[in-house]
Design a protein around this ligand. Structure first.
Ligand code: FAD
Ligand code: NAD
Length: 403
């Protein structure tokens, strides 16, 4: 009998853990496993705010795929997925090649959502890949050097605007707070000249999160010199200029800033829509076993998927935590189907939420308990290191882990 082809799209949190679990669960004769990814490495999306601010070397957040998967069990294809044809059961790559599948796992992650705000896509940078964060770090350093080259006359060179105070925005601001003193020293810039401005549409940071924790985060940022413009949405961006104001109403202000970072939200990969799936912001509401509605052989996980939270009656937020748990379920379900068994239902179990505020501080809820300060910071590092255990690469904790 022909061995079924399992094709996994994306080697992020969802895709890589699916591959690692399948190579462990299935024996060589059971199926051919192919993993397709844009790069020959996986990056820790959850760490990207650190290399973006320059508080971590990008190399630390990068893991080469062939160091994690067994090349004799998982065929790695470096390529960019253009779309998936579910009728002919083919993945089409941008170089014109195709890969046939019997089962396909969509794990292509998300892209920044710009909500059609004029000029945002063209004039703001985003924390979304290793390439994008290397650009942010270099841009900030270049801007500091330009400030000095221009006789310290134009403060916009050392003005950084961060749009959005969700978890990505808050964690990035925390890293910036840690990095700025070093940059000031390196480029001979007085700290008073530097402006870090956060613009958040909601009346609080981390809208919807526990009020004690959001207050703690907001005060920490203010204490560390971040100007908070809460209740103000970004309405437009031109090169070096941000226009913002309350989202209801016409009042606007502007800030001149050479560095503009957008962290206002994510949507799923555009490949979802290109492949003909029904979705909201490219997130497909998946069936109980993570399959796409109407498709027996298509699984969708991570930021491309939506799983309903029965308590809030809204989809769970897209996180690495849910992508990882879906990956375990999907690997188990594909193995079950290949062995003629039925799939099992996915149930998300939240282990809590922890966010860093720079290197030594943070906030979080773990097992229903609120944590702040150094305890939260320690817990965040434990969670970050746990990913290496998920990949079954214990040595990476010592090589790339956070301590
Ligand atoms: P990803 O992990 O983003 O992986 C997608 C992969 O697909 C990438 O390797 C990408 O290169 C590849 N790819 C994309 N398009 C193509 C294409 N067309 N062809 C080929 N390959 C392609 N969540 C948490 O739970 N905890 C956290 O602490 C946390 N911190 C975060 C911090 C930051 C700064 C950010 C930005 C996000 C954070 N998140 C966190 C959210 C979390 O990172 C995502 O929800 C998670 O990475 C989604 O996993 P995924 O597998 O869907 O996509
Ligand atoms: P998000 O959608 O969670 O937050 C975006 C923020 O931008 C919101 O606060 C929103 O009000 C604000 N915003 C939207 N439009 C705006 C506008 N025009 N002007 C100003 N502000 C605007 O997005 P995110 O922070 O990138 O997070 C993406 C996902 O990743 C979430 O599910 C999040 O939980 C997860 N994440 C988790 C962690 C963690 O657990 N430590 C860290 C980072 C990200």
């Amino acid at each position: 009998m022909k061995r079924p082809n399992i094709v996994i799209l994306g080697a992020g949190f969802g895709g890589l853990i699916t591959a690692v679990n399948l190579q462990k669960t299935l024996s060589a004769g059971d199926a051919n496993i192919t993993l397709i990814n844009k790069h020959d490495y996986h990056y820790q999306t959850t760490w990207l705010h650190e290399p973006a601010a320059g508080t971590m070397k990008p190399e630390q957040a990068r893991i080469y795929i062939n160091d994690v998967v067994n090349p004799s069990r998982v065929k790695f294809v470096k390529g960019i997925v253009d779309r998936v044809d579910t009728t002919t059961k083919q993945v089409l790559l941008t170089d014109g090649s195709t890969v046939e599948f019997d089962y396909v796992v969509f794990a292509l992650g998300g892209v920044p959502e710009t909500f059609g705000i004029p000029g945002l896509k063209e004039n703001a940078m985003t924390i979304s890949s290793l390439n994008s964060v290397r650009k942010i770090k270099n841009h900030i350093e270049y801007s500091f050097s330009e400030y000095k080259s221009n006789n310290s006359a134009d403060r916009s060179y050392v003005t950084i605007v961060v749009g959005g105070a969700g978890f990505t925005g808050i964690e990035f601001l925390g890293e910036l707070v840690n990095r700025i003193p070093e940059l000031c020293k390196q480029y001979d810039v007085p700290r008073e000249a530097v402006r870090i401005v956060n613009i958040e549409a909601a009346p609080t940071v981390l809208p919807g999160f526990d009020p004690d924790l959001t207050t703690y985060a907001q005060k920490w940022l203010e204490r560390n010199g971040v100007e908070m413009k809460l209740g103000n949405g970004i309405k437009g961006v031109e090169p070096g200029v941000v226009t913002f104001g309350p989202l209801q109403g016409d009042t606007t202000e502007t800030i001149h800033a050479n560095t503009i970072i957008w962290t206002g939200g994510v949507s799923g990969s555009p490949i979802i829509e290109k492949s003909g799936f029904e979705a909201v912001r490219n997130r497909v509401m998946v069936e109980a076993d993570n399959r796409a509605p109407g498709h027996d052989n298509v699984f969708i996980i991570g930021d491309c998927s939506a799983v309903m939270d029965p308590v809030s009656n809204r989809p769970y937020p897209p996180t690495a935590q849910i992508a990882t748990q879906q990956a375990h379920n999907v690997a188990k379900n594909i193995a079950a189907l290949i062995n003629g068994k039925s799939t099992s239902k996915f149930t998300y179990e939240s282990k809590g939420t922890v966010a860093s505020l720079g290197h030594n501080d943070g906030i979080g809820i773990v097992m229903g308990k609120k944590i702040f300060g150094r305890n939260a910071s320690f817990m965040k590092k434990v969670i970050d290191n746990k990913h290496f255990l998920e990949l079954k690469k214990y040595g990476l904790v010592l090589k790339k882990g956070k301590f």
